[in-house]
Design a protein around this ligand. Structure first.
Ligand code: PLP
Length: 374
């Protein structure tokens, strides 16, 4: 059997070990310590965010962001439908109601037009939503000028789920820094990893300070254990943060490598009639976490996916929209068919920063031979 080619696998440099060894040597083996502080500083320096709180997962960061914006039972939260379930689950942890908003064609992210329609509709017939939770899918920035204008006009705060978008930027600004609160994920499949982890960033240091407080069991200032709020155990460990410190040193290299994968696939496949790529609009800088293609039909998509699988090459359909998920289909959705169509015809290709030229050539070869066999 040929060597397995993964969709997106961890890519370490070895420098991570230095920070992890330091943690062992100094016995900082706890959910706090110098690596946690250092990692938060690294993220602030990289994104120019004023503050950061390192957490146990991107999901935990979203949960805390909702809590900090006051989202409670039966509150409504406007949310991208075209995403991973981890975006939506924390809305339900709060027993709040997700209101799904479809994508637009240029970036596949939340449609400003449908967002405004949804807000007007909710206000007219129900109540004003508490927050907007938007996703920069596959590391492609959303249409931020339009979204921010709506957030401001209706005074609804914005959370950016930038779990897939660290290293991406919009008109020179890092994703995650444009809304009230931004979140990152450092899961093993993301562009950089801490083996599992996440972070919250904000230009309002108060949000991150409160997130760290809630993430460490909401312990009041007292010599004994005193609590006046419900707390969580959501802090990042000093070991994980050590891996993160090493990874931050190479984040720009990782983005460059992923963008190079995209360019390679495009060069090799763009002339094929039944395959299309998503381009960056002017001023948008995508990290190309995953390279995605849109085929002409569900059948073509499946045929390519199965052909790759036979060759021990991992590929995957695009995210199945949340309004189609059995667990979420009862919730209101403002939909025009865009994400459903992309889900039907789209495929994520192997995109790791550690893929070799010959890996990429193998993928392209099997896609081309599959398409030519029809
Ligand atoms: C990965 C991911 C998350 C969740 O992050 P975890 O660190 O795995 O909890 C949330 N939203 C999106 C869009 C993601 O891709």
């Amino acid at each position: 059997m040929n060597k397995k080619i993964y969709l997106s696998s961890p890519h370490l440099t070895g420098e991570e070990q230095k920070y992890v060894d330091e943690a062992f040597d100094t016995n900082w083996v706890a959910p706090l310590g110098p690596n946690v502080d250092g990692f938060e500083q690294d993220i602030c320096n990289y994104t120019s965010a004023k503050a950061c709180s390192a957490l146990s997962a991107g999901t935990a960061a979203i949960h805390l962001a909702l809590i900090l914006l006051g989202v409670e039972e039966n509150d409504e939260v406007l949310c991208s439908t075209f995403t991973f379930s981890a975006t939506v689950n924390p809305i339900r942890y709060q027993k709040a109601i997700p209101i799904f908003v479809d994508s637009e064609r240029d970036t596949w992210n939340m449609s400003p037009k449908l967002l405004e329609e949804a807000i007007n509709d909710r206000i007219a017939y129900h109540k004003k939503p508490k927050a907007i939770l938007l996703v920069h899918l596959y590391g492609m920035p959303s249409k931020m000028d339009e979204i921010l204008a709506i957030s401001k006009k209706y005074e609804i705060p914005l959370i950016e789920d930038a779990a897939e978008a660290i290293g991406a930027s919009y008109k020179g600004k890092a994703m995650g820094t444009l809304g009230e609160i931004g979140i990152f994920s450092f899961n093993g499949n993301k562009i950089i990893t801490t083996s599992g982890g996440g972070a919250m960033i904000s230009n309002d240091p108060d949000y991150c300070k409160k997130a760290t407080f809630l993430a460490t069991q909401a312990r009041d200032a007292a010599p004994h254990y005193q609590h006046s709020q419900i707390g969580y155990n959501y802090r990042m460990s000093n070991i994980a943060a050590g891996i993160g410190r090493g990874q931050m040193e190479v984040l720009d290299d990782r983005v460059a490598a992923r963008r190079k994968n995209f360019e390679f696939y495009k060069k090799e496949l763009a002339s094929i009639k039944n395959i299309k790529f998503i381009e960056e609009p002017e001023g948008f800088y995508a990290n190309r976490w995953l390279t995605t293609i849109i085929t002409n039909s569900y059948e073509t998509r499946e045929s390519i996916r199965l052909a790759l699988e036979k060759e021990n090459i991992e590929s995957r359909p695009l995210w199945k929209p949340m309004h189609l998920q059995p667990i979420f289909q009862e919730f209101p959705a403002y939909i025009d068919g865009t994400s459903e169509d992309l889900f039907q015809r789209g495929l994520c290709l192997p995109s790791g920063s550690n893929l070799t030229e010959s890996d990429l050539e193998r993928v392209v070869f099997h896609i081309k031979s599959n398409l030519l066999s029809h």
